[in-house]
Design a protein around this ligand. Structure first.
Ligand code: PLP
Length: 377
């Protein structure tokens, strides 16, 4: 792998991670659902008033748990944006569901709620929304519509930690929410994730699915006198090693978020102060949404210009990247999807440039990147 002067991502470390790993090792319990796992759960339940949280080994796992909880079966339909990460769809395909892809807004990669209703059929069971770059989808209109049709809403909040919709924390609005602590996200544990259960009806079963289909968690609380195989499930819980690392990050959430938002604002202001010769756009932030400093991206005018800009920055030792290829055109799913066009999604696949963004990124590096872009022809 090539070394860049300014890489795209560097894992964030705040200082206590290795200490807490030591503590976990010395505690004599390394498997899941121990002291650090409980500390992480409590942190989220207290800070965001999430009803129940379960750490998972990834956001992918949290989404797979959601698929099991909804009892999806062959032929059920799940509506979601095509402009998203593979796992958003794959988790439900594993249950036999058919994915019905919806388009994004013209000026933002989030799902356009006005396009959802026409895709609803008697087979539709759920809508998955993705808060792209941590920016909220229009949750009032989505929740109103799904209540009318009696559908479940799952928030893929992988990028949306500590971000809000009209003051409500993302991941806490739909029936279920899924977060990621992969090393490219704001808060990390290498690989890691969390399922948030907001709807009472899923509380008990979520814990069973999490614990390999057993009622072990209830057993350890003394609620049942032996634990048994009671449902389907898998091994979704992370070890205490992962949870201890994560807890060190959570204790420093405010510091991490402050720095990331500072970097975002530096990019934004620096781009305002140069002539926009390249005619790129910066996606708007709706009034109802907050910016959680998840990523900074430009919307270029064409795929050619996008690719040229990535090549130019690479030549300067800076790694910027493009993002999601439309899932409806993926080798795996294009036959299932058919010919229905999703032009906004395709446009974002062709034109987004994600600039380097990580906790340790120096503001002077941000200036350097923006200056280089300002002199590029
Ligand atoms: C990162 C990401 C995922 C996957 O998260 P993992 O923790 O790596 O499984 C899913 N959806 C979105 C939108 C993501 O950004």
């Amino acid at each position: 792998m090539r070394n860049y002067d300014i890489p795209f991502n560097k894992p964030c470390l705040t200082g206590k991670e290795v200490d807490y790993l030591h503590q976990a090792v010395n505690s004599g319990k390394l498997s899941g659902n121990g002291v650090f796992t409980k500390k992480c759960h409590r942190y989220f339940e207290e800070k965001y008033h999430f009803k129940k949280c379960l750490l998972t080994t990834s956001c992918t796992d949290a989404l797979e748990m959601a698929g099991i909880l909804l009892n999806l079966k062959e032929g059920d339909e799940v509506i979601m944006p095509s402009y998203t990460f593979v796992s958003t769809a794959n988790a439900f395909v594993l249950r036999g569901a058919k994915i019905i892809f919806a388009d994004s807004y013209p000026d933002h990669p989030n799902i356009d709620p006005s396009l959802i209703e026409r895709l609803i059929t008697p087979k539709t069971k759920a809508i998955v929304v993705v808060h792209y770059g941590g920016v909220a989808c229009d949750m009032d209109s989505i929740m109103e519509m799904t209540n009318r049709h009696n559908l479940f809403v799952i928030e893929d909040a992988a990028q949306a930690i500590d971000s809000y919709y009209k003051g409500k924390p993302l991941g806490g609005i739909g029936h279920l929410g899924a977060f990621s602590f992969h090393e490219t996200k704001n808060i990390i544990s290498g690989e890691g994730g969390m399922l948030v259960i907001n709807d009472e009806q899923f509380l008990e079963r979520a814990e069973i699915i999490w614990e390999k289909g057993t009622n072990r968690a209830a057993f350890f609380r003394g609620e049942v006198n032996k634990y048994n195989w009671v449902d389907v499930g898998s091994s979704f819980l992370p070890s205490e090693l992962t949870a201890s690392f994560l807890f060190a990050q959570l204790e420093n959430m405010e510091l991490i978020q402050k720095k990331r938002i500072e970097i975002w604002e530096k990019y934004f202001e620096a781009f305002q102060s140069i002539p926009n010769k390249l005619q790129f756009d910066i996606a708007p932030l709706p009034d109802y949404a907050t910016n959680n400093g998840n990523m900074f991206y430009l919307l270029m005018k064409s795929k050619e210009r996008r690719d040229e800009l990535l090549g130019y920055l690479k030549g300067e030792g800076i790694l910027a990247v493009f993002h999601y290829l439309s899932l409806h055109k993926s080798p795996f799913y294009k036959k299932e999807h058919g010919q229905r066009e999703l032009t906004n999604c395709d446009k974002f696949s062709d034109t987004i440039v994600r600039l380097p963004f990580y906790f340790g990124l120096e503001l002077s590096d941000v200036s350097r990147i923006v200056n280089l872009i300002s002199i590029w022809k």
